[in-house]
Each structure stands twice: as C-alpha cells, then as structure tokens.
Design a protein around this ligand. Structure first.
Ligand code: CIR
Length: 255
C-alpha cells in the first residue's frame, strides 16, 4: 500500500514563484477541481490519499513534493531554494513524523524535492537554481548509511531535475535532452520527449501506471507505443504556476 500526501491549492496561488514562465491568470476554482481529480487518479492507482488543508498564505504550498524527500527508511525535510517557500516545511514535518523518522536540511543548504529523482538505490539530484552543493551534500550524508548513492546532475533551462526527467516505467526514464545530459542515465532505457513538448518529461509513476498531463499528446503516443499505461489528468491551471504532476504529491510506502 502506498500513501500519497497532498495539500489543497492555496487561495494565494496567483502570487506563486515563477522562474521560466510569464505570469498568467490562474482560475482558483478550476485549479482546485483539477487538483481533486488528480487526487482521485492517485486513489485509482491504489494510493491512500492523505489530503492536507490548503495554506492560503503560502502560494506554492500545493507543490508538496518540494518540501520533503521520503525514503523507505527516513524522511528528509528540505530547505527550499525559494525563500517564500521555506515556511512550508514547518507544516509538513509533523505530518511526516507520523510515518518516518525525520531529518532536516540545514542552512546554508537548499534543496527542492523536485530536484530529487530516486531510481532504486541511486538518487540523482539536480544542480538547479533551487538546490545547492551544501543541500546535496547533506542529502548524501543522510542517505548513504542506508545504501543510497547520490549523484549531482547539472540542469539548465528548467526549474528542477524532474522538469527534465522522470521514471515512467521500471527502468525507463522520459527525458528532455535540451535540459540535462541523458548520458548520465545510460544504465536505464531513455525515451525522449517530443521536441514540440519541452515540458512533457514530468510523469508520476505510481501503482503500475503513469499519471500524466493530458496536454502532451505527442509524447503520450511515444509512451503508449512503449507499452506504458497512462492515466491522463488535466493540470493546466497548475502548469501556469510552473507545476507538474510529480510536484503535487509525496508518495511513500505504508508501514
Ligand atoms: C515554484 O516555483 O516553486 C512553484 N511555482 C512550482 C514548483 C513546482 N514543483 C515541482 O515541479 N516539483
């Protein structure tokens, strides 16, 4: 059984951080309806959804992925690279304490969960505008006693490592080669996004299916041709906040 921790869309989402996108109006009610549908997709994928209340004074708090990294053995509360997001961590730490022993990234380290991709016992961390050397080193120090290796990956042109690469089936990753060097991932099978869909590399593999934005029809065809089962979701309003599908949940195994 897997648990998916989510948080409702903040009433303040219009003031979200934006790095690579122009600000566009976000329809709050529509964003909330899309987020509920995303939670339902997680439920259909077999997750028990632990839905936390919206935090209206923290615009980006729906993007819970960024505030923690949850391994089977321990949870690591991050220190987000955007200062406006740092108060979010105080709200996730007690929730995670119900499931795991919790450790914390400390200043001067910064780390966003969106930069952290775990493939088995290998953890890849984006060297992005959000995650710095100290944050990556602190994650390495916490994870190595449990048998994980941590590899830093240069990222350019996008927000996080997982904007550029996610796991879409066991041993298969979906990559935008314009933003990271796919050669780092030689040990797994690499599928590239359609060049007309640069934001298409973010899918959420859970319960044997891929929760995937319905907006990327070209890349979706490649994924389906590779035998990947897609659970489409409309996340168009959250995409305007530079969000994607992995960022709206923390997935952990129960027990
Ligand atoms: C931010 O810039 O922090 C938010 N507006 C978007 C965060 C998206 N997080 C993610 O993809 N892991």
């Amino acid at each position: 059984m897997q648990i998916a921790i989510t948080r409702g869309v903040s009433a303040g989402i219009a003031a979200c951080e934006l790095t690579h996108l122009e600000r566009q109006a976000i329809d709050l009610e529509r964003a909330r309806a899309q987020h509920r549908a995303y939670e339902e997709a997680l439920g259909r994928a077999g997750c028990r959804v632990e839905s936390l209340p919206a935090l209206d004074d923290l615009p980006d708090s729906v993007f819970v992925e960024d505030v923690a990294i949850v391994l089977d053995e321990i949870a690591i509360v991050t220190r987000p690279g955007a200062e406006s997001r740092q108060p979010e961590t105080a709200h996730i730490a007690p929730v995670l304490a119900n499931h795991r022993r919790v450790s914390f990234i400390q200043a001067p380290g910064t780390l966003d969960g969106g930069d952290v991709l775990r493939l088995g016992r290998r953890i890849f961390v984006g060297q992005s505008g959000r995650s710095n050397e100290s944050g990556i080193e602190q994650l390495r120090a916490v994870a190595w006693p449990y048998g994980y290796t941590v590899t830093a990956v240069p990222v350019s042109g996008c927000l996080h490592l997982k904007s550029a690469i996610t796991e879409v089936a066991p041993g298969v990753v979906l990559v935008n080669p314009a933003w990271i060097d796919p050669a780092v991932f030689r040990h797994v099978t690499v599928i590239e996004v359609d060049s007309q869909e640069p934001y298409a590399a973010n899918g959420l593999l859970v319960g044997g299916r891929l929760i995937y934005p319905e907006s990327f029809s070209r890349t979706r065809k490649c994924l389906e041709a590779a035998g990947i089962v897609i659970e489409p979701v409309d996340v168009s309003e959250l995409q305007r906040a530079e969000g994607a599908v992995t960022c709206c949940s923390l997935i952990l195994s129960a027990g």
